[in-house]
Ligand binder design. Structure first.
Ligand SMILES: *Cc1c(COP(=O)(O)O)cnc(C)c1O
Length: 376
């Protein structure tokens, strides 16, 4: 049996007939950037995220970069975030010339530990970027309280968590901004790179639109330096169609996760395989990834064995950001963030995509049981 980590072809096959006509519409209109398709998608996404503002941009990475630019964060400023995330979170901080200040994660949710944040705040701190990793939101109440106390901007990195909920509130609606990614492997994936900034502040719409287009307003007058962060019309058109299916796809991911949990709990390796923790505050975990935890010394063998058995899996993220070569000048060392470092050594992502079949889930679990029975 073959079980890929992700199967975008089967998703496309199911919606091909809905997608092709809207691509044709864009081609026939030759309105290739922004325009009515992007605007319609922005309106639908704003409603979906329960916010008044949605600004379609070129990628999730650019969403983060653009928000930092629009907030005037740069040289001499510090931004607090987690070292256990995709590179783009800290890359954006670096690119505006600010300093990333890392804070370790909670071992259960893999999200920034709010209890460790306040000790890292200095007179230079301007913002906090909590990341909603793997589809579950960070603990936003304490983060919001700390930010309010210190006058900090809260930028949610919701790239993996479109539609996730914290105490009934959608990702992107609790911070000052939410940054979304429509990279093809995300729960709502475009046909190329695409992203979005959402905001609960209605008065930020114009500023975001200006920064998306080189800080230009009116035409050829620039009060600020922004960038070319514009969203293509084809992406807006495709994503607007796919958005109609998102809740069904998320429900399928959640059903797959529940099935994995049942299968692992009933298996002989129940005590050896750590399952994803759903925090009390989480009212919807959108299951962008299904992450198991294995004894550090056994992960590589299980990973290799699964590959051999035809099961796609991956390690997110093998090197926490404080140990990345490009951030050496920040002065961090191994041992600075033990919870992140342990997660980097012990976690493995299993296939969780919506179309994953029951036999495939069973095969994945059976394969892991077999591999863990082979004592090293
Ligand atoms: C995917 C991702 C990004 C970047 O999104 P792109 O659209 O690929 O630029 C940022 N942060 C996190 C946590 C991500 O998973």
């Amino acid at each position: 049996m073959q079980v890929p980590l992700l199967d975008l072809n089967s998703q496309y096959a199911a919606i091909r007939d809905e997608i092709r006509p809207v691509i044709d519409e864009v081609c026939d209109s030759q309105h290739m950037i922004l325009g009515p398709k992007v605007q319609a998608f922005e309106e639908h996404m704003a409603a979906y995220c329960d916010v008044p503002v949605a600004c379609g941009v070129s990628s999730g990475s650019d969403a983060l970069l653009m928000v930092l630019m629009a907030e005037g964060i740069g040289a001499g400023d510090e931004v607090i975030t987690t070292p256990y995330t995709f590179f783009a979170t800290a890359g954006a901080i670096w690119r505006v010339g600010a300093k990333a200040v890392f804070v370790d994660i909670d071992p259960g949710t893999y999200n920034i530990d709010p209890a460790l944040v306040e000790a890292k705040i200095t007179s230079r701190t301007k913002a906090i970027i909590p990341v909603h990793l793997y589809g579950q939101m960070a603990d936003m109440d304490p983060i919001g309280e700390i930010a309010a106390r210190h006058g900090l901007v809260v930028i949610e990195d919701a790239a993996q968590a479109i539609g996730a909920e914290y105490k009934g509130h959608r990702a992107g609606s609790l911070g000052d901004y939410g940054c979304l990614s429509f990279y093809p492997t995300k729960n709502l994936g475009g046909f190329g790179d695409a992203g979005m900034v959402v905001s609960k502040h209605a008065d930020r719409a114009e500023r975001l639109a200006m920064f998306r287009n080189h800080g230009m307003f009116p035409n050829y007058y620039h009060a600020y330096v922004g960038g070319n962060f514009r969203l293509d019309a084809i992406q807006g058109a495709v994503l607007d169609v796919k958005l109609r299916h998102l809740d069904d796809w998320v429900a399928a991911r959640q059903a797959n996760a529940a099935d994995y949990e049942r299968l692992f709990a009933a298996s002989p390796v129940a005590g050896l395989v750590g399952l994803p923790l759903v925090a009390d505050y989480t009212t919807s975990h959108v299951r962008n990834q299904f992450i198991i935890r294995l004894p550090a010394g056994r992960r590589q063998a299980v990973w290799d064995g699964l590959k051999e058995a035809g099961v796609g899996c991956n390690v997110y993220y093998p090197v926490p950001l404080h140990l990345q070569e490009c951030f050496a000048s920040l002065g961090y060392r191994e041992g600075d963030f033990p919870v992140s470092e342990a997660a980097a050594k012990e976690t493995l992502a299993l296939p969780i995509y919506p179309e994953l079949a029951a036999e495939q889930r069973q095969y994945v679990v059976d394969s892991i049981v077999r591999l863990l029975a082979n004592k090293a």
